[in-house]
Design a protein around this ligand. Structure first.
Ligand code: GRF
Length: 217
């Protein structure tokens, strides 16, 4: 399955997907990396490993729709079958989201549906929550909503600052995203009644994922 990865910045999740896709048996290949910001660090990595790395600067377009038309055109030009948002910081209109229905996924650094939006780690710490994590989900028009494909649990430790928690969750993100993409690319993660059902014999492992207790695969 050909994937197009959308980024806006550092691109560490994009790197995790690129590395996974380089494995011989992995069921997805990266067709293109697109950033809406010309200065996104991740673009350098993508170019370094020889991937098409395209900037579509949203500021150069009059409207969201005009920006998205170009985004859509470039994605299709590279044969994209599934979009992976990886730290992509633009809200997308219903027109774009609907055109890629069940063909666009996103990673968010919380256990959705809790702590949608920005600054999730700060809010987790303010609430005194003991377990947080990250989620990969199909994209819908509402922000950070949509059928959940897989989640990883990460503990909140005594004395954590937001940066400590972000770093711990990010490690889990780098394992969870390639795992979730694999499920989608293999056709094992299907949306039924707006929930994801995972095909396979193992009832628990595919979607319940805790890197810290080694529940991978
Ligand atoms: C990640 O925490 C991701 O979950 C969130 O934004 C951050 C992006 O980091 N949506 P990176 O650009 O992948 O390093």
């Amino acid at each position: 399955m050909k994937i197009g990865i959308l980024i806006s910045g550092r691109g560490s999740n994009m790197q995790a997907l690129v590395k996974a896709a380089a494995e011989p048996d992995y069921p997805a290949e990266v067709a293109v990396v697109i950033s809406n910001r010309p200065d996104a660090l991740g673009l350098e990595y993508a170019r370094h490993v020889g991937l098409p790395a395209v900037t579509i600067d949203h500021k150069a377009y009059d409207s969201r729709e005009a920006f998205e038309r170009e985004l859509d055109r470039v994605l299709r030009q590279y044969g994209t079958e599934l979009i992976c948002n990886a730290g992509f910081m633009r809200l997308l209109t219903a027109g774009f989201v609907d055109a890629w229905h069940d063909r666009q996924i996103n990673i968010h650094p919380s256990l959705l549906p809790a702590y949608k939006g920005l600054h999730s780690h700060e809010r987790v710490l303010a609430d005194g929550v003991k377990i947080t994590g990250c989620s990969v989900h199909f994209v819908r028009t509402a922000m950070d909503a949509g059928p959940i494909i897989a989640q990883a649990a990460v503990p909140v430790l005594e004395g954590d600052e937001p940066g400590d928690l972000a770093a711990r969750v990010l490690q889990a993100e780098h394992q969870l995203y390639p795992h979730a993409l694999k499920l989608v690319a293999e056709g094992r993660a299907r949306v039924r009644d707006e929930k994801v059902v995972i095909d396979g014999n193992d009832r628990a492992a595919p979607a319940l994922f805790s890197p810290l207790i080694g529940a991978r695969d």
